[in-house]
Ligand binder design. Structure first.
Ligand code: 5GP
Ligand code: ZN
Length: 136
């Protein structure tokens, strides 16, 4: 599903929304709403975590806000709490998955140039192997 741009009226203003499919649906909103299959490993009112379909490490989980936010740049003052909770969930999942002792990585790509391909913000929780630095 390739990201496309479309214009949507919000509060009478025009704004470009990225990562919305030609069917007008966001992939990760679909997983959150369980309209699209996802291997969900955590859910609460504001956060959902599910296994990446194409894992880059033995443990590769995507942690997303339940509400649609296209990129990190779109985060608002009111989203501060969600971002804090996402890291608390990452810690909890790292413990559960047995990757907390050896070390794990949390990655968020912002924008196509940084490698963002799905335009609903997500934090990659990666572990179970050694990682090099700097990332590619
Ligand atoms: P990004 O490149 O935007 O930082 O990360 C997007 C991630 O979403 C990739 O790691 C990719 O493997 C994952 N992904 C893409 N499509 C699906 C899907 O349909 N289901 C799941 N679970 N993960 C997906
Ligand atoms: Zn979405």
């Amino acid at each position: 599903m390739s990201p496309v741009r479309r214009r949507r009226k919000i509060d009478g203003g025009d704004r470009i929304e990225e990562g919305v499919s030609k069917m007008g649906e966001c992939l990760f909103c679909g997983i959150v709403e369980e309209k699209i299959r996802g291997e969900i490993v955590y859910r609460d009112n504001s956060i959902v975590a599910f296994k990446d379909i194409n894992p880059k490490a033995p443990v590769h989980i995507l942690i997303v806000p339940a509400k649609h936010i296209s990129t990190l740049l779109d985060l608002q003052e009111e989203d501060k709490e969600i971002v804090g909770e996402i890291f608390a969930v990452a810690n909890r999942l790292a413990e559960q998955q047995g990757i907390s002792k050896d070390g794990y990585r949390v990655v968020a790509n912002c924008g196509a140039g940084a490698g963002q391909t799905v335009f609903h913000i997500h934090f990659h929780l990666l572990g179970g192997r050694n990682f090099s630095w700097p990332p590619g």
